[in-house]
Design a protein around this ligand. Sequence first.
Ligand SMILES: [Zn+2]
Ligand SMILES: [Zn+2]
Length: 347
Amino acid sequence: MKKLVLVVSLLTALGVIAGVVALRSETVALALIERALNAQGTAPALPEETLTVVVCGSASPLGTQPDRAQACIAVLTDQHFFVFDLGAGSAARLSQAQLPTPRLTAVFLTHLHSDHMADLPTVNLPRWAGGGASEPLMIFGPAGVDSVVSGFNEAYRIDRGFRVAHHGADFMPPAGGTLSSQVIEPGVVWSDESLSITAFTVDHDPIAPAYGYRVDYGGRSVVISGDTVNTPVLWEAAAGADLVFHDALALPVLKVMSEAALSAGQPRLAKIVTDVMDYHAELSGLQASADAAGVGRLVLYHLVPSPPNGLVKGFFDRAVTAPSLVAEDLMRFELPAGSKTVRVQEP
Ligand SMILES: [Zn+2]
Ligand SMILES: [Zn+2]
């Protein structure tokens, strides 16, 4: 019996050693990589006749954390793919969520702060190189969006030239590498036979104009606040919506941060923290406003500050009542048309 145990132990040890040696072999490594790539395949199909929403960024610039990209909400059906804001890091989130970036329909900007648009050129490369887009990516936004877009186009002009010369204009049509812009006013800004998008003015004073958006599809509706204080205008536009993504500011935490910055001899930081306190939505009262507007679920995103730990996140968690919740990057919501169902997938 002892002999048998010894033999089994010896064989197991030899197996482990052989495995370690194999993993160090480049031939074996390449075979494993190829198998993983083959298994990856194409992006999974979206459910039919369903409004799908993916959180591609839930952070604010203040206290940015590695697990949260800056503001970004993706709204899709099997026929549409819109992105509302594209802050730093959010293009990578779209890729991680395996969303079909090559067929991105358009981007809507809520306003022109950098944390809502820094990844615009980044998101266009997979659309152009991977999808072979031959038309510019359309960017809708408030007054000034044309200046932003022409600036990005100029900044990336040399890059586009390199890529077209390297791969050929047939493979990478030059126009596909560019962005185009359209200035919008409040009202219906997009519609077809099944989906409409309505813009409304929010209060991010002194930044103006700043818009929120409502998407309606198959009797389901999603509202994205962008940056705003808690304003009745938004709740009028959001009446009866299934989901409202709202920016949120933990005022008690900001006050402590401001005082701590002053104590530490950092008056510049203290000023910035103090300045942002009155142009985002303070947590208290948000859930009550959502309830009064008949909103199905309030989802807090663009968290100010982006919570570095559970102590800070607790302020956001305690401000909502289930099924309302605090967004995490890559959280996914599915709203089948003509129903009341909301399927939530944790990241
Ligand atoms: Zn802003
Ligand atoms: Zn912002």
